[in-house]
Structure formats: structure tokens, C-alpha cells
Design a protein around this ligand. Structure first.
Ligand SMILES: [Zn+2]
Length: 65
């Protein structure tokens, strides 16, 4: 066993600007995106991440079954 302890190779972390876009015509997503920007301005990046998750999971009112 002689594993060298180097850093991992090129790891592509998700860039902060690769965020889900709010669905067009979905008022909830529009609000989430607005709150996300407000959170970002406050420097609250964990809240920004939460908004991104919410936008990604939002069903956008389609069917809603
Ligand atoms: Zn939505």
C-alpha cells in the first residue's frame, strides 16, 4: 500500500451560476428566484442552495397529481 496523498484530479464542482432557472409562467418559481437573489445579496449561500433545491423539485403546477 503506498497510496500517495495527492489532491484528487480535476473535479468539476458545480459553479455557483449553474442554478436552475425558474419555470416560465410559474409564480412560485418566480418568487423562489426573487428570494434566491435576496438571499445571495445577504451572502446567505445556504439559503440560496435551498432555493435552488426548491426550484428543481417544484412541480410547476403541472397536473399536481
Ligand atoms: Zn415552479
Amino acid at each position: 500500500m503506498d497510496h500517495t496523498t495527492t489532491m484528487d484530479g480535476p473535479v468539476h464542482l458545480p459553479l455557483p451560476d449553474r442554478e436552475p432557472a425558474p419555470a416560465e409562467g410559474c409564480p412560485t418559481c418566480g418568487e423562489l428566484a426573487a428570494w434566491r437573489e435576496a438571499d445571495r445579496r445577504r451572502g446567505d449561500m445556504s439559503a440560496v442552495t435551498d432555493r435552488n433545491v426548491e426550484i428543481r423539485r417544484h412541480p410547476h403546477g403541472e397536473g399536481g397529481r
